[in-house]
Ligand binder design. Structure first.
Ligand code: FAD
Length: 397
C-alpha cells in the first residue's frame, strides 16, 4: 500500500509515522519550501490532561442564546465573526448542550490518555526530546480560591521558585498535565522520517485530488503524484482539496491563537512548570525560552484582535516573571488552524473511496495527534481502531 499524505505539519508527519509503523509506504507532499512551517511551527501543547478543555463547554439554553451573538469564554468571538461563521457558531452551540458535553467528557480524557501514552512511547523508541514541563499550575480567581482546595504560594515556591513574584495570586491548582513542544517534536519527527527514506516532496502544492472511476488515485501538484490512497492532512488547506460532499454536511471554521516567545536570561531561576491564567492563557517553559500562548479566537488572524492579545500575553509574562527576561524583546506571532464544531479531529474515511482525512484538530490538534494519526492510518489500511467511530466525519451530521 502506497499512501500519498498531503501536508507535512505535525498531523501529516504523525500520520506518516503511523502508516510506516503499520507497514505502508508513504510519500509526503508539502506546499511550502520545507515541512513544519504552518501552525506546527511554533506551538506547544498539553500531555496527559485528565480533563481536557472543551471547545464547546457546557452551557444552558439562555447562555447558548446569548452566545449566538458573541462569546468571551471558551472560543472567543465578536458579533462580526459570529455572523461570518454563522453555520459554525450554530453547530458549536448545539454541541454546548449539557447532554452532548456530558458524553464527550469521557471521550476527551480517553483520547488524552491514549495520545500521551503513544507520544511518550514513540519519543522513547526514536529518542525524541519532548521538552516536557513538570506539570501545570492554574492561577485561581478569588471566587475559585473560596471553592477549591487551592495550594498557597509559599507551598508552591518550594517546588517552583521562579514564581516568587506571583504574590497577588490567592492560590493555585497543580495538575500533573505536562506541556510539550509541538514545534521541536515535529522537527525531530521530520528529520527521522527523511532519514528513514520517506520522500518529502517540498514546494509541491496539491491543487486537486485525482480520481479514476470515482476512486482517489493521487493528487495533482505541478504534475501527477499517484498512489493507492490519499490522506489529506493539510491543516487550513485541507478543505479546498476536498471534493464537494466528501465529508457530508460537516462545518469547519478557522480558529486563531497568538503566542509570545521570549529568551530567558541566564541568571533567572529555572522554570519547570507551565502556568495557566484564569482566562486560559498559558506560559510554557522550553529550555532557554518561555512561550506564552493566548486564548482561542474564531476566525483568521486578520479577523481577530491580535494586538490586544499580544498585550495580554506580555502583561501575563511580566507579572509572573518580572526579572526573568528582557521584556522589550521577544517575538509575537498568531497562527490559524481549522476546527470542527465539537472540537475533535476528523480522522478516517471520506465519501470518496481511496480518500482519507486527518484534519480540523483545532484546540486539541496536537494533544490528540498520536491517537488521531493511528485512527487515520487504520482507516486507510482497512483496520479497526478504538477511536475510529468517534473521529469519523459521520458524527458531525
Ligand atoms: C499558538 C498555538 C498554540 C496551540 N496550542 C495547542 C495546544 O495547546 N494543544 C493542541 O492540541 N493544539 C494546539 N495548537 C494546535 C496545533 O498546533 C495544531 O493542531 C497542529 O500543529 C496542526 O498541525 P497540522 O499539521 O494539521 O497543520 P499545519 O502545521 O498548519 O500543517 C499543514 C501543512 O499542510 C501544508 N499544506 C496546506 N495546503 C496544502 C496543499 N494544498 N498541498 C500541500 N501542502 C499543503 C501546509 O503548508 C502545512 O505545512 C496550537 C496552535 C497554535 C498556533
Amino acid at each position: 500500500m502506497h499512501v500519498i499524505v498531503v501536508g507535512a505539519g505535525l498531523t501529516g508527519l504523525q500520520s506518516a509515522l503511523s502508516l510506516r509503523e503499520k507497514g505502508a509506504e508513504v510519500t509526503l507532499v508539502e506546499a511550502r519550501r520545507a515541512p513544519c512551517q504552518g501552525a506546527s511551527y511554533s506551538c506547544a501543547a498539553t500531555l496527559g490532561d485528565e480533563t481536557p478543555e472543551q471547545l464547546a463547554p457546557e452551557a444552558g439554553r439562555l447562555a447558548r442564546l446569548r452566545a449566538m451573538k458573541s462569546s468571551d469564554e471558551g472560543l472567543i468571538y465578536s458579533p462580526g465573526t459570529a455572523l461570518r461563521y454563522a453555520a459554525f457558531v450554530s453547530a458549536l452551540l448545539q454541541n454546548r448542550a449539557p447532554e452532548k458535553t456530558e458524553s464527550r467528557r469521557a471521550l476527551l480524557s480517553q483520547l488524552s490518555d491514549a495520545s500521551a501514552a503513544l507520544l511518550r512511547e514513540r519519543a522513547e523508541r526514536y529518542g525524541f526530546d519532548l521538552q516536557e514541563s513538570a506539570g501545570t499550575f492554574t492561577v485561581l480567581t478569588a471566587e475559585e480560591c473560596r471553592t477549591h482546595k487551592a495550594v498557597a504560594l509559599e507551598d508552591i515556591l518550594t517546588i517552583e521558585p521562579s514564581l516568587y513574584a506571583a504574590q497577588d495570586a490567592c492560590g493555585f491548582l497543580l495538575s500533573r498535565a505536562a506541556t510539550w513542544s509541538v514545534s521541536y517534536y515535529a522537527k525531530q519527527l521530520k528529520e527521522y522520517l527523511i532519514a528513514t527514506g520517506v520522500p518529502v516532496l517540498s514546494s509541491r502544492e496539491a491543487e486537486s485530488v485525482l480520481t479514476e472511476d470515482g476512486r482517489a488515485v493521487g493528487v495533482s501538484a505541478g504534475g501527477e503524484i499517484r498512489g493507492d490512497a490519499v490522506l489529506l492532512a493539510a491543516g487550513t488547506g485541507a478543505q479546498a482539496l476536498l471534493p464537494e460532499g466528501a465529508l457530508g454536511g460537516a462545518v469547519f471554521a478557522p480558529i486563531t491563537r497568538s503566542l509570545f516567545n521570549i529568551e530567558l536570561n541566564g541568571a533567572a531561576h529555572r522554570i519547570r512548570h507551565a502556568v495557566r491564567d484564569p482566562e486560559g492563557r498559558i506560559a510554557v517553559p522550553l529550555n532557554a525560552f518561555l512561550r506564552i500562548m493566548g486564548r482561542w479566537h474564531l476566525g483568521t488572524a486578520e479577523q481577530c484582535p491580535v494586538n490586544d492579545e499580544y498585550k495580554a500575553l506580555w502583561a501575563f509574562g511580566i507579572r509572573l516573571y518580572p526579572e526573568t527576561a528582557d521584556w522589550s524583546q521577544g517575538r509575537y506571532l498568531s497562527q490559524t488552524v481549522l476546527s470542527s464544531a465539537d472540537g475533535l479531529p476528523v480522522a478516517g474515511a471520506t465519501r470518496v473511496p481511496g480518500l482519507f482525512v486527518n484534519m480540523a484538530g483545532g484546540i486539541h490538534g496536537a494533544d490528540f495527534s498520536s491517537a488521531a494519526a493511528d485512527a487515520a492510518a487504520d482507516a486507510v489500511l482497512g483496520r479497526d481502531n478504538a477511536f475510529g467511530p468517534d473521529l469519523a466525519f459521520t458524527r458531525l451530521g
